[in-house]
Design a protein around this ligand. Structure first.
Ligand code: 0O2
Length: 275
């Protein structure tokens, strides 16, 4: 038997995880930039430890030559959503990509595990470009709500503590907790549209304020400073009223003013050059 070169084997998986983290975080940011609600709340990832891979190979009787084919979660990415409805949206985001190909799906939402575990797993094909060319490998993407994640992480620590055989009374508590989590997710879905609107409004307010302050700063550099201080005070007054409509109106007026001031400074540059 040849020696198993673990580092060589795992390096491309490390690369896959770090690339996928960037890609999913960019997707979240892209939603924010367009003032859209993002179904992705947060993303994390890991490469399975060698001891965990060995344990799985022994438990499932997997030979070394079949390791990469049969251990589907050597690379794992976890996507956390706020609402159950967001899980399908994340699946669509993955389906629409050309750099990820869904190989199989494990739906532990419709078919909850006996333990009470709920999550949706996608096994995808993902290609990394290494120094020796491309390598196509499997990555497990776990998609679940924050509530499901709370349950799964707690249960995972207990499995570790009790080395896989959690006592019956703790199991019953976990089963009850899993039912409570399901109820909580259902309750949260009832207020989903309201929460989504609130988040979009808050994101919009952040962008409006950023834009307004940028314009005020630019005007301050170019125009009558005393006038610009007055504009700034007017902004603080409007901001304190917590009215999105007024903020939008102010933003528009300031935009027109900034545009005019830009045009004026271009004019003055041209006329100076013509002299
Ligand atoms: P880690 O630390 O994340 O690597 P399996 O027999 O379940 O190990 P299978 O069928 O190949 O293997 O994969 P499955 O069911 O999709 O599970 C893979 C991963 O899902 C697990 O990895 C866990 O992260 C998570 N998972 C599955 N079932 C449970 C469960 O009952 N409780 C919790 N907390 N997590 C679960 P690992 O290898 O267990 O751990």
């Amino acid at each position: 038997m040849e020696i198993q070169l673990w580092k060589e084997l795992l390096d491309p998986y490390e690369q896959a995880v770090s690339e996928l983290l960037v890609k999913f975080r960019n997707l979240k940011e892209a939603h924010k930039k367009q003032n859209l609600y993002s179904p992705i709340e947060s993303v994390s990832g890991r490469v399975k430890s060698v001891s965990s891979i060995l344990e799985k190979m022994q438990r499932k009787d997997i030979a070394f030559e079949n390791l990469e084919e049969e251990v589907e979660d050597i690379a794992g990415v976890r996507i956390i959503c706020q609402f159950v409805e967001d899980i399908d949206k994340v699946v669509s985001l993955v389906q629409n990509r050309t750099d990820m190909e869904i190989r199989s799906t494990k739906d532990y939402l419709s078919n909850q595990k006996k333990s009470g575990y709920r999550s949706l797993h996608l096994i995808i094909w993902y290609t990394v470009q290494g120094i020796n060319g491309p390598k196509k490998l499997q990555v497990e993407i776990q998609i679940r709500t924050m509530a499901m994640n709370f349950w799964a992480t707690t249960e995972h620590s207990l499995q570790y503590k009790y080395k896989g055989s959690i006592p019956e009374h703790v199991r019953s508590q976990l089963t009850r907790a899993s039912q409570a989590i399901e109820m909580l997710d259902k309750e949260m879905s009832q207020v989903r549209s309201e929460i989504m609107d609130a988040q979009i409004d808050s994101q919009m307010e952040i962008s409006l304020v950023q834009d307004i302050l940028r314009n005020i700063e630019n005007l301050y550099r170019q125009d009558n400073k005393r006038e610009v201080v007055k504009i700034q005070n007017e902004f603080y007054r409007i901001f304190s009223k917590h009215s999105m409509e007024e903020l939008k109106r102010f933003h528009k007026q300031l935009d027109i003013l900034a545009e005019g001031s830009r045009a004026q400074s271009v004019d003055s540059v041209i006329s100076t050059e013509e002299k």
